[in-house]
Design a protein around this ligand. Structure first.
Ligand code: KIV
Ligand code: ZN
Length: 511
Protein backbone atom coordinates (compact mmCIF):
# COMPACT_ATOMS: atom_id res chain seq x y z
CA UNK A 1 0.00 0.00 0.00
CA UNK A 2 1.48 3.32 -0.99
CA UNK A 3 1.75 6.39 1.22
CA UNK A 4 -1.02 8.02 -0.80
CA UNK A 5 -3.49 5.47 0.58
CA UNK A 6 -2.95 6.63 4.13
CA UNK A 7 -6.02 8.59 5.27
CA UNK A 8 -5.54 11.30 7.85
CA UNK A 9 -8.14 11.14 10.63
CA UNK A 10 -9.05 14.62 11.83
CA UNK A 11 -11.23 14.46 14.91
CA UNK A 12 -13.49 17.42 15.63
CA UNK A 13 -15.40 16.01 18.62
CA UNK A 14 -14.07 18.86 20.75
CA UNK A 15 -15.07 21.55 18.25
CA UNK A 16 -17.91 20.65 15.87
CA UNK A 17 -19.07 17.96 18.34
CA UNK A 18 -18.88 20.14 21.40
CA UNK A 19 -20.66 23.08 19.77
CA UNK A 20 -23.92 21.17 19.34
CA UNK A 21 -26.63 21.89 21.92
CA UNK A 22 -26.17 19.97 25.14
CA UNK A 23 -22.70 18.55 24.41
CA UNK A 24 -20.74 21.18 26.30
CA UNK A 25 -17.73 19.70 28.08
CA UNK A 26 -15.74 21.01 30.99
CA UNK A 27 -12.05 21.83 30.67
CA UNK A 28 -11.13 18.55 32.39
CA UNK A 29 -13.47 16.53 30.14
CA UNK A 30 -11.92 18.08 27.04
CA UNK A 31 -8.42 17.40 28.20
CA UNK A 32 -9.19 13.78 29.09
CA UNK A 33 -10.92 13.27 25.73
CA UNK A 34 -7.98 14.78 23.83
CA UNK A 35 -5.49 12.57 25.66
CA UNK A 36 -7.58 9.55 24.72
CA UNK A 37 -7.79 10.62 21.05
CA UNK A 38 -4.04 11.14 21.01
CA UNK A 39 -3.40 7.69 22.46
CA UNK A 40 -5.77 5.94 20.08
CA UNK A 41 -3.90 7.28 17.07
CA UNK A 42 -6.03 10.15 15.77
CA UNK A 43 -3.77 12.26 13.51
CA UNK A 44 -5.29 15.68 14.12
CA UNK A 45 -7.36 16.88 17.04
CA UNK A 46 -9.41 20.00 16.44
CA UNK A 47 -9.39 21.14 20.05
CA UNK A 48 -11.79 24.08 19.86
CA UNK A 49 -12.51 27.58 18.63
CA UNK A 50 -10.09 29.75 20.64
CA UNK A 51 -11.76 33.12 19.94
CA UNK A 52 -15.13 31.83 21.13
CA UNK A 53 -14.39 32.18 24.85
CA UNK A 54 -11.60 32.30 27.39
CA UNK A 55 -12.53 28.72 28.36
CA UNK A 56 -12.14 27.51 24.76
CA UNK A 57 -8.79 29.26 24.47
CA UNK A 58 -7.50 27.69 27.66
CA UNK A 59 -8.71 24.24 26.66
CA UNK A 60 -7.04 24.44 23.23
CA UNK A 61 -3.77 25.68 24.81
CA UNK A 62 -3.77 22.92 27.41
CA UNK A 63 -4.52 20.26 24.79
CA UNK A 64 -1.74 21.64 22.58
CA UNK A 65 0.75 21.25 25.42
CA UNK A 66 -0.53 17.83 26.45
CA UNK A 67 -0.79 15.90 23.16
CA UNK A 68 2.21 13.71 22.45
CA UNK A 69 1.56 12.60 18.90
CA UNK A 70 -1.35 14.36 17.27
CA UNK A 71 -1.36 17.67 15.47
CA UNK A 72 -3.55 20.12 17.41
CA UNK A 73 -5.76 22.47 15.41
CA UNK A 74 -7.61 25.60 16.48
CA UNK A 75 -10.50 26.96 14.43
CA UNK A 76 -10.62 30.58 13.22
CA UNK A 77 -13.05 32.54 11.07
CA UNK A 78 -11.49 34.53 8.25
CA UNK A 79 -10.93 37.40 10.67
CA UNK A 80 -7.58 38.71 11.78
CA UNK A 81 -8.33 38.53 15.51
CA UNK A 82 -9.56 34.93 15.25
CA UNK A 83 -6.41 33.83 13.47
CA UNK A 84 -4.11 35.51 15.97
CA UNK A 85 -5.98 33.89 18.86
CA UNK A 86 -5.93 30.45 17.22
CA UNK A 87 -2.20 30.83 16.58
CA UNK A 88 -1.59 31.71 20.24
CA UNK A 89 -3.67 28.78 21.45
CA UNK A 90 -1.91 26.10 19.40
CA UNK A 91 1.60 27.48 19.48
CA UNK A 92 2.85 25.02 22.14
CA UNK A 93 1.68 21.98 20.22
CA UNK A 94 4.33 19.67 18.78
CA UNK A 95 2.54 20.20 15.50
CA UNK A 96 0.24 23.22 15.51
CA UNK A 97 -2.41 23.84 12.86
CA UNK A 98 -4.64 26.83 12.22
CA UNK A 99 -7.92 25.90 10.56
CA UNK A 100 -9.54 28.92 8.98
CA UNK A 101 -12.78 28.98 7.01
CA UNK A 102 -15.05 31.23 5.02
CA UNK A 103 -18.35 30.63 3.26
CA UNK A 104 -18.26 30.31 -0.51
CA UNK A 105 -21.83 29.47 -1.57
CA UNK A 106 -24.09 32.12 -3.16
CA UNK A 107 -26.67 31.62 -0.40
CA UNK A 108 -24.13 32.37 2.33
CA UNK A 109 -22.49 35.21 0.41
CA UNK A 110 -25.81 36.94 -0.22
CA UNK A 111 -27.61 36.41 3.07
CA UNK A 112 -24.98 35.87 5.72
CA UNK A 113 -21.80 37.59 4.59
CA UNK A 114 -23.23 40.21 2.26
CA UNK A 115 -20.05 40.13 0.21
CA UNK A 116 -19.25 39.66 -3.46
CA UNK A 117 -17.29 36.73 -4.84
CA UNK A 118 -14.26 38.94 -5.45
CA UNK A 119 -14.36 40.30 -1.92
CA UNK A 120 -14.38 36.75 -0.53
CA UNK A 121 -11.46 35.78 -2.79
CA UNK A 122 -9.46 38.69 -1.39
CA UNK A 123 -10.35 37.63 2.16
CA UNK A 124 -9.12 34.08 1.46
CA UNK A 125 -5.78 35.30 0.15
CA UNK A 126 -5.27 37.69 3.05
CA UNK A 127 -6.33 35.40 5.91
CA UNK A 128 -4.63 32.22 4.71
CA UNK A 129 -1.37 34.16 4.25
CA UNK A 130 -1.78 35.63 7.74
CA UNK A 131 -2.24 32.13 9.21
CA UNK A 132 0.79 30.85 7.27
CA UNK A 133 2.90 33.59 8.84
CA UNK A 134 2.03 32.08 12.23
CA UNK A 135 2.24 28.32 11.56
CA UNK A 136 3.46 26.08 8.76
CA UNK A 137 0.35 23.91 8.76
CA UNK A 138 -2.77 25.78 7.60
CA UNK A 139 -6.10 24.26 6.71
CA UNK A 140 -8.59 26.30 4.74
CA UNK A 141 -12.29 25.34 4.52
CA UNK A 142 -14.84 26.47 1.97
CA UNK A 143 -17.95 26.55 4.14
CA UNK A 144 -21.00 25.24 2.27
CA UNK A 145 -18.73 23.97 -0.52
CA UNK A 146 -21.34 21.51 -1.77
CA UNK A 147 -23.72 24.38 -2.66
CA UNK A 148 -21.00 26.44 -4.32
CA UNK A 149 -20.76 26.53 -8.14
CA UNK A 150 -17.68 24.53 -9.02
CA UNK A 151 -16.09 27.30 -11.13
CA UNK A 152 -16.06 29.67 -8.19
CA UNK A 153 -15.02 26.89 -5.79
CA UNK A 154 -11.96 26.20 -7.99
CA UNK A 155 -10.99 29.88 -7.92
CA UNK A 156 -11.26 29.91 -4.11
CA UNK A 157 -9.22 26.72 -3.71
CA UNK A 158 -6.59 28.06 -6.09
CA UNK A 159 -6.34 31.29 -4.07
CA UNK A 160 -6.08 29.39 -0.77
CA UNK A 161 -3.30 27.12 -2.02
CA UNK A 162 -1.41 30.02 -3.55
CA UNK A 163 -1.65 31.85 -0.19
CA UNK A 164 -0.11 28.84 1.57
CA UNK A 165 -2.90 26.47 2.65
CA UNK A 166 -1.56 22.95 3.12
CA UNK A 167 -4.96 21.28 3.55
CA UNK A 168 -8.12 22.15 1.62
CA UNK A 169 -11.38 21.10 3.21
CA UNK A 170 -14.58 21.04 1.13
CA UNK A 171 -17.36 20.55 3.68
CA UNK A 172 -20.89 19.41 3.12
CA UNK A 173 -21.90 21.91 5.78
CA UNK A 174 -25.63 21.39 5.46
CA UNK A 175 -25.59 17.63 4.83
CA UNK A 176 -27.15 18.01 1.39
CA UNK A 177 -24.80 16.15 -0.96
CA UNK A 178 -25.22 12.67 -2.38
CA UNK A 179 -22.16 10.40 -2.55
CA UNK A 180 -21.80 10.57 -6.36
CA UNK A 181 -21.95 14.36 -6.33
CA UNK A 182 -19.46 14.65 -3.49
CA UNK A 183 -17.01 12.28 -5.21
CA UNK A 184 -17.37 14.19 -8.48
CA UNK A 185 -16.80 17.57 -6.78
CA UNK A 186 -13.42 16.43 -5.41
CA UNK A 187 -12.41 14.92 -8.75
CA UNK A 188 -13.28 18.07 -10.63
CA UNK A 189 -11.66 20.52 -8.22
CA UNK A 190 -8.49 18.43 -8.03
CA UNK A 191 -8.33 18.18 -11.82
CA UNK A 192 -9.01 21.83 -12.52
CA UNK A 193 -6.92 23.61 -9.87
CA UNK A 194 -3.38 23.66 -11.28
CA UNK A 195 -1.56 23.40 -7.94
CA UNK A 196 -4.00 20.97 -6.30
CA UNK A 197 -1.21 18.47 -5.64
CA UNK A 198 0.36 20.96 -3.20
CA UNK A 199 -2.41 20.36 -0.67
CA UNK A 200 -4.14 17.46 1.05
CA UNK A 201 -7.88 17.49 0.32
CA UNK A 202 -10.29 16.88 3.17
CA UNK A 203 -13.91 15.79 3.61
CA UNK A 204 -16.18 17.17 6.34
CA UNK A 205 -19.72 15.81 6.16
CA UNK A 206 -22.83 16.51 8.19
CA UNK A 207 -25.43 13.83 8.61
CA UNK A 208 -28.71 15.62 7.86
CA UNK A 209 -29.69 12.97 5.31
CA UNK A 210 -27.88 10.14 7.10
CA UNK A 211 -25.16 10.17 4.41
CA UNK A 212 -22.18 11.61 6.28
CA UNK A 213 -20.11 8.42 6.33
CA UNK A 214 -21.08 7.40 2.78
CA UNK A 215 -20.18 10.87 1.52
CA UNK A 216 -16.87 10.86 3.39
CA UNK A 217 -15.89 7.60 1.74
CA UNK A 218 -17.01 8.89 -1.66
CA UNK A 219 -14.78 11.92 -1.07
CA UNK A 220 -11.79 9.59 -0.61
CA UNK A 221 -12.59 8.01 -3.94
CA UNK A 222 -12.56 11.51 -5.40
CA UNK A 223 -9.01 12.03 -4.11
CA UNK A 224 -9.46 13.40 -0.58
CA UNK A 225 -7.05 11.98 1.99
CA UNK A 226 -8.30 13.55 5.22
CA UNK A 227 -11.60 12.74 6.92
CA UNK A 228 -13.09 15.09 9.51
CA UNK A 229 -15.27 13.19 11.94
CA UNK A 230 -16.41 12.91 15.55
CA UNK A 231 -16.76 10.15 18.12
CA UNK A 232 -20.37 8.84 18.11
CA UNK A 233 -21.02 11.24 15.20
CA UNK A 234 -21.89 14.10 17.55
CA UNK A 235 -22.04 17.54 15.97
CA UNK A 236 -24.25 20.33 14.66
CA UNK A 237 -27.89 19.25 14.02
CA UNK A 238 -27.83 15.58 12.91
CA UNK A 239 -24.11 15.44 13.63
CA UNK A 240 -20.92 14.73 11.71
CA UNK A 241 -19.53 11.55 10.16
CA UNK A 242 -18.88 9.09 13.00
CA UNK A 243 -15.18 8.34 13.45
CA UNK A 244 -15.80 4.74 14.51
CA UNK A 245 -17.91 4.06 11.41
CA UNK A 246 -15.38 5.60 9.05
CA UNK A 247 -12.47 3.69 10.59
CA UNK A 248 -14.28 0.34 10.58
CA UNK A 249 -15.67 0.78 7.06
CA UNK A 250 -12.12 1.28 5.78
CA UNK A 251 -10.78 -1.61 7.84
CA UNK A 252 -13.54 -4.08 7.01
CA UNK A 253 -13.83 -3.31 3.29
CA UNK A 254 -10.17 -3.32 2.30
CA UNK A 255 -11.23 -5.25 -0.80
CA UNK A 256 -12.76 -2.13 -2.33
CA UNK A 257 -11.41 0.61 -0.04
CA UNK A 258 -7.63 0.17 0.00
CA UNK A 259 -6.93 2.89 2.57
CA UNK A 260 -5.35 2.80 6.01
CA UNK A 261 -5.66 5.01 9.07
CA UNK A 262 -3.47 5.34 12.14
CA UNK A 263 -6.35 4.68 14.54
CA UNK A 264 -6.15 1.65 16.82
CA UNK A 265 -9.70 0.37 16.43
CA UNK A 266 -9.65 -1.49 19.74
CA UNK A 267 -10.09 1.92 21.39
CA UNK A 268 -13.37 2.66 19.65
CA UNK A 269 -15.75 1.28 22.25
CA UNK A 270 -13.98 3.00 25.09
CA UNK A 271 -13.84 6.28 23.18
CA UNK A 272 -17.56 6.08 22.49
CA UNK A 273 -18.32 5.46 26.16
CA UNK A 274 -16.06 8.28 27.28
CA UNK A 275 -17.64 10.84 24.94
CA UNK A 276 -21.13 9.63 25.79
CA UNK A 277 -20.34 9.95 29.49
CA UNK A 278 -18.91 13.45 29.42
CA UNK A 279 -21.64 14.80 27.16
CA UNK A 280 -24.49 12.59 28.50
CA UNK A 281 -25.45 12.01 24.86
CA UNK A 282 -26.71 8.44 24.90
CA UNK A 283 -25.51 6.13 22.13
CA UNK A 284 -28.49 4.64 20.34
CA UNK A 285 -28.76 0.89 20.98
CA UNK A 286 -28.47 -0.04 17.29
CA UNK A 287 -25.72 2.46 16.48
CA UNK A 288 -23.18 0.94 14.07
CA UNK A 289 -19.94 -0.27 15.70
CA UNK A 290 -20.51 1.06 19.24
CA UNK A 291 -24.23 0.56 19.97
CA UNK A 292 -24.99 -1.97 22.67
CA UNK A 293 -26.76 -4.20 20.09
CA UNK A 294 -24.06 -3.85 17.43
CA UNK A 295 -22.83 -7.39 18.13
CA UNK A 296 -25.96 -8.91 19.68
CA UNK A 297 -27.60 -11.74 17.77
CA UNK A 298 -31.20 -12.27 18.79
CA UNK A 299 -33.04 -14.35 16.21
CA UNK A 300 -32.82 -18.13 16.44
CA UNK A 301 -31.44 -18.50 12.92
CA UNK A 302 -28.70 -15.95 13.57
CA UNK A 303 -27.78 -17.50 16.92
CA UNK A 304 -27.61 -20.93 15.31
CA UNK A 305 -25.27 -19.59 12.62
CA UNK A 306 -23.09 -17.79 15.15
CA UNK A 307 -22.67 -20.94 17.23
CA UNK A 308 -21.53 -22.84 14.14
CA UNK A 309 -19.24 -20.16 12.82
CA UNK A 310 -19.17 -16.47 13.82
CA UNK A 311 -18.45 -15.36 10.24
CA UNK A 312 -21.99 -16.40 9.25
CA UNK A 313 -23.42 -13.19 10.69
CA UNK A 314 -20.44 -11.14 11.88
CA UNK A 315 -18.43 -8.99 9.46
CA UNK A 316 -16.06 -7.83 12.18
CA UNK A 317 -15.39 -9.18 15.63
CA UNK A 318 -16.47 -7.36 18.79
CA UNK A 319 -12.88 -7.64 20.02
CA UNK A 320 -11.63 -5.70 16.98
CA UNK A 321 -13.48 -2.60 18.25
CA UNK A 322 -12.57 -3.18 21.88
CA UNK A 323 -15.65 -5.00 23.15
CA UNK A 324 -14.44 -7.54 25.67
CA UNK A 325 -16.65 -10.57 26.00
CA UNK A 326 -19.02 -9.93 28.90
CA UNK A 327 -17.55 -12.01 31.65
CA UNK A 328 -18.20 -12.57 35.28
CA UNK A 329 -15.75 -10.61 37.33
CA UNK A 330 -14.46 -12.01 40.59
CA UNK A 331 -16.87 -12.38 43.42
CA UNK A 332 -16.73 -10.84 46.85
CA UNK A 333 -13.85 -13.09 47.85
CA UNK A 334 -11.56 -11.77 45.13
CA UNK A 335 -8.42 -10.04 46.26
CA UNK A 336 -6.90 -6.68 45.44
CA UNK A 337 -4.39 -8.19 43.05
CA UNK A 338 -7.02 -9.90 40.91
CA UNK A 339 -9.07 -6.68 40.95
CA UNK A 340 -6.08 -4.66 39.78
CA UNK A 341 -5.36 -7.16 36.98
CA UNK A 342 -8.99 -7.07 35.87
CA UNK A 343 -8.91 -3.28 35.69
CA UNK A 344 -5.73 -3.46 33.62
CA UNK A 345 -7.48 -5.81 31.21
CA UNK A 346 -10.30 -3.25 30.93
CA UNK A 347 -7.76 -0.52 30.16
CA UNK A 348 -7.51 1.20 33.56
CA UNK A 349 -4.35 1.84 35.55
CA UNK A 350 -5.23 3.55 38.81
CA UNK A 351 -2.92 5.15 41.31
CA UNK A 352 -2.71 3.55 44.78
CA UNK A 353 -5.33 5.75 46.45
CA UNK A 354 -7.84 5.54 43.62
CA UNK A 355 -7.30 1.78 43.44
CA UNK A 356 -7.92 1.45 47.16
CA UNK A 357 -11.17 3.46 46.94
CA UNK A 358 -12.35 1.58 43.84
CA UNK A 359 -11.57 -1.75 45.51
CA UNK A 360 -13.59 -0.81 48.55
CA UNK A 361 -16.55 0.12 46.35
CA UNK A 362 -16.18 -3.12 44.40
CA UNK A 363 -16.37 -5.08 47.66
CA UNK A 364 -19.49 -3.17 48.71
CA UNK A 365 -21.00 -3.83 45.31
CA UNK A 366 -20.16 -7.54 45.40
CA UNK A 367 -21.94 -7.72 48.76
CA UNK A 368 -25.12 -6.31 47.25
CA UNK A 369 -25.10 -7.76 43.76
CA UNK A 370 -24.95 -11.44 42.90
CA UNK A 371 -22.97 -11.08 39.66
CA UNK A 372 -20.50 -8.28 39.05
CA UNK A 373 -19.83 -7.82 35.33
CA UNK A 374 -17.18 -5.91 33.43
CA UNK A 375 -19.76 -3.19 32.74
CA UNK A 376 -20.32 -2.80 36.50
CA UNK A 377 -16.62 -2.29 37.05
CA UNK A 378 -16.34 0.21 34.20
CA UNK A 379 -19.23 2.27 35.65
CA UNK A 380 -17.73 2.16 39.11
CA UNK A 381 -14.19 3.04 38.03
CA UNK A 382 -15.28 5.79 35.63
CA UNK A 383 -17.14 7.42 38.49
CA UNK A 384 -14.16 6.99 40.82
CA UNK A 385 -11.80 8.60 38.26
CA UNK A 386 -14.25 11.46 37.74
CA UNK A 387 -14.26 12.16 41.48
CA UNK A 388 -10.56 12.96 41.87
CA UNK A 389 -10.10 15.35 44.75
CA UNK A 390 -13.71 16.33 45.17
CA UNK A 391 -14.57 18.80 47.89
CA UNK A 392 -18.07 17.44 48.39
CA UNK A 393 -18.59 13.74 49.06
CA UNK A 394 -21.71 11.72 49.74
CA UNK A 395 -21.43 10.08 53.15
CA UNK A 396 -24.87 8.68 53.88
CA UNK A 397 -28.38 8.73 52.49
CA UNK A 398 -31.68 7.46 53.80
CA UNK A 399 -34.84 8.01 51.80
CA UNK A 400 -38.49 7.52 52.65
CA UNK A 401 -40.34 6.90 49.40
CA UNK A 402 -43.85 5.70 48.62
CA UNK A 403 -47.18 7.19 49.59
CA UNK A 404 -45.89 9.07 52.65
CA UNK A 405 -44.17 12.45 52.27
CA UNK A 406 -40.96 11.67 50.46
CA UNK A 407 -38.04 12.56 52.69
CA UNK A 408 -34.29 12.42 52.29
CA UNK A 409 -31.82 12.42 55.16
CA UNK A 410 -28.43 13.16 53.78
CA UNK A 411 -24.90 13.55 55.10
CA UNK A 412 -22.33 15.29 52.93
CA UNK A 413 -18.66 15.71 53.66
CA UNK A 414 -17.77 19.22 52.54
CA UNK A 415 -14.07 20.06 52.79
CA UNK A 416 -13.67 17.40 55.47
CA UNK A 417 -16.62 18.49 57.65
CA UNK A 418 -19.80 16.41 57.87
CA UNK A 419 -23.19 18.13 57.41
CA UNK A 420 -26.49 16.32 57.88
CA UNK A 421 -29.89 17.60 56.77
CA UNK A 422 -33.36 16.29 56.18
CA UNK A 423 -35.66 17.55 53.45
CA UNK A 424 -38.90 16.68 51.70
CA UNK A 425 -39.71 16.98 48.01
CA UNK A 426 -42.07 16.09 45.23
CA UNK A 427 -40.79 12.55 45.02
CA UNK A 428 -37.63 11.05 46.47
CA UNK A 429 -35.27 12.44 43.81
CA UNK A 430 -36.56 15.95 44.34
CA UNK A 431 -36.11 15.47 48.09
CA UNK A 432 -32.48 14.38 47.60
CA UNK A 433 -31.57 17.20 45.23
CA UNK A 434 -33.31 19.75 47.45
CA UNK A 435 -31.43 18.53 50.50
CA UNK A 436 -28.09 18.75 48.68
CA UNK A 437 -29.04 22.29 47.73
CA UNK A 438 -29.88 23.06 51.37
CA UNK A 439 -26.45 21.89 52.55
CA UNK A 440 -24.49 23.44 49.68
CA UNK A 441 -26.49 26.43 48.40
CA UNK A 442 -25.95 27.03 44.67
CA UNK A 443 -27.80 28.61 41.81
CA UNK A 444 -27.08 25.97 39.20
CA UNK A 445 -30.11 24.41 37.56
CA UNK A 446 -30.71 20.81 36.64
CA UNK A 447 -30.31 20.73 32.87
CA UNK A 448 -30.33 16.98 32.26
CA UNK A 449 -31.29 13.93 34.29
CA UNK A 450 -30.99 10.44 32.82
CA UNK A 451 -31.08 6.97 34.32
CA UNK A 452 -30.18 3.66 32.77
CA UNK A 453 -29.36 0.16 33.94
CA UNK A 454 -25.69 -0.81 33.55
CA UNK A 455 -26.49 -4.50 32.96
CA UNK A 456 -29.58 -6.71 32.85
CA UNK A 457 -31.33 -8.09 35.94
CA UNK A 458 -33.38 -6.44 38.64
CA UNK A 459 -30.26 -6.08 40.80
CA UNK A 460 -28.50 -4.13 38.03
CA UNK A 461 -26.62 -1.01 38.98
CA UNK A 462 -28.33 2.21 37.99
CA UNK A 463 -26.15 4.71 36.19
CA UNK A 464 -27.41 8.26 36.49
CA UNK A 465 -26.20 11.22 34.41
CA UNK A 466 -26.77 14.74 35.64
CA UNK A 467 -25.97 18.03 33.98
CA UNK A 468 -26.01 21.21 36.06
CA UNK A 469 -25.97 24.59 34.41
CA UNK A 470 -25.16 28.01 35.75
CA UNK A 471 -24.72 31.11 33.58
CA UNK A 472 -22.72 29.94 30.58
CA UNK A 473 -21.14 27.01 32.35
CA UNK A 474 -22.37 23.48 32.63
CA UNK A 475 -21.01 20.24 34.02
CA UNK A 476 -22.09 16.68 33.35
CA UNK A 477 -21.31 13.80 35.68
CA UNK A 478 -22.39 10.25 36.42
CA UNK A 479 -23.08 8.19 39.49
CA UNK A 480 -23.54 4.44 39.69
CA UNK A 481 -25.01 2.28 42.43
CA UNK A 482 -27.34 -0.70 42.82
CA UNK A 483 -29.63 1.74 44.65
CA UNK A 484 -31.02 4.13 42.04
CA UNK A 485 -31.51 6.92 44.58
CA UNK A 486 -27.94 6.67 45.84
CA UNK A 487 -26.80 6.82 42.20
CA UNK A 488 -28.88 10.01 41.78
CA UNK A 489 -27.23 11.59 44.81
CA UNK A 490 -23.75 10.54 43.67
CA UNK A 491 -24.32 11.96 40.18
CA UNK A 492 -25.68 15.26 41.48
CA UNK A 493 -22.78 15.70 43.91
CA UNK A 494 -20.28 14.80 41.17
CA UNK A 495 -21.78 17.38 38.79
CA UNK A 496 -21.75 20.00 41.53
CA UNK A 497 -18.09 19.25 42.23
CA UNK A 498 -17.29 19.64 38.56
CA UNK A 499 -19.22 22.86 38.22
CA UNK A 500 -17.79 24.51 41.30
CA UNK A 501 -14.34 23.18 40.37
CA UNK A 502 -11.63 24.35 42.65
CA UNK A 503 -13.77 27.06 44.30
CA UNK A 504 -14.49 26.56 47.94
CA UNK A 505 -18.03 25.26 48.30
CA UNK A 506 -20.08 27.53 50.52
CA UNK A 507 -22.05 25.63 53.11
CA UNK A 508 -25.31 26.57 54.78
CA UNK A 509 -24.46 26.51 58.46
CA UNK A 510 -27.16 24.83 60.50
CA UNK A 511 -28.62 26.95 63.28
O1 KIV B 1 -19.54 22.28 8.66
C1 KIV B 1 -18.67 23.13 8.38
O2 KIV B 1 -18.65 23.71 7.29
C2 KIV B 1 -17.70 23.45 9.41
C3 KIV B 1 -16.58 24.34 9.02
C4 KIV B 1 -16.22 25.28 10.10
C5 KIV B 1 -15.41 23.50 8.61
O3 KIV B 1 -17.78 22.93 10.50
ZN1 ZN C 1 -19.13 21.18 10.48
Amino acid sequence: MSQSDRVVIFDTTLRDGEQCPGATMTFEDKLATAVMLDEMGVDIIEAGFPIASEGDFEAVSAIARQCKRATVAGLARAIEGDIVRAGQAVRHARQPRIHTFVSTSPIHLAHQMRKTEDEVLAIITRTVAQARDLVADVEWSAMDATRTPVDYLCRCVDAAIKAGATTINLPDTVGYALPDEYRAMFREVRERVPNADKAVFSVHCHNDLGLAVANSIAGLEGGARQIECTINGIGERAGNAALEEVVMALKTRQDSLPYTTGVDATWLTRASKQVSAVTAFPVQFNKAIVGRNAFAHESGIHQDGMLKNASTYEIMTPESVGVSKTSLVMGKHSGRHAFKEKLKELGYELGDNALQDAFKRFKDLADKKRHVYDEDLVALVDEEIGQGHDRIKLQALTVIAGTLAQTATLTLDVDGVHHTRQGVGNGPVDAIFGTIRAIVPHEAELDLFQIHAVTGGSDAQAEVSIRLKHDNRSATARGADPDTLVACARAYVAALNKLTGRQKASVEIEA
